[in-house]
Design a protein around this ligand. Structure first.
Ligand SMILES: [Zn+2]
Ligand SMILES: [Zn+2]
Length: 161
């Protein structure tokens, strides 16, 4: 589960000076620095973690920044295409989750509370033998599924009753 995000954090994320700075990142990546791109990139960077597009829109709405859902999806796709944001399959049956592109890491997903944790990865996952592949691999991600410590504790306590 995500910690609640304070309004102060959200206000910092939409600060015009910060947006202007992030606009430079967008241009450096080859994108025009439009306001929707600045807003979504800024909010994801400010709060960190793994977030769905709806999470991001909900947070922006709390500080009176509303974007049409469809254009938010387009913006995230643009950010992903230029490598500023990465998509994680860790959401499973839930919405696709995005994060600011960080170092290579794997994910651990708790099957009970659905929390997604980063796991440092020194080496990318082993690539299968070429003739087992249907095409060209562009990135890879290992997802470990299990129970996080909190949920293990909850299950243990329940079993003790
Ligand atoms: Zn859990
Ligand atoms: Zn991650």
């Amino acid at each position: 589960m995500h910690e609640p995000i304070s309004l102060a954090t959200l206000r910092v994320a939409i600060d015009p000076e910060r947006l202007a700075l992030l606009g430079d990142d967008l241009r450096a990546a080859g994108l025009r620095a439009t306001r929707p791109r600045e807003l979504l990139y800024s909010i994801l960077k400010a709060i960190g973690g793994h977030r769905s597009v709806d999470d991001l829109l909900g947070l922006l709405a709390q500080v009176d920044e509303t974007l049409p859902r469809m254009s938010a999806y387009n913006v995230i796709a643009d950010l992903e295409r230029v490598g500023l944001v990465r998509r994680s399959g860790a959401g499973g049956s839930r919405a696709v989750l995005y994060e600011v592109k960080a170092d290579n890491h794997h994910h651990f997903v708790c099957r009970s509370c659905q929390a997604v944790f980063d796991i440092p990865a020194d080496t990318p996952p082993a690539i299968p033998d070429e003739h087992h592949l249907p095409g060209l691999i562009e990135e890879s991600e290992i997802i470990y599924r299990g129970l996080c410590r909190d949920c293990v504790a909850i299950e243990t306590a329940a079993n003790d009753e």
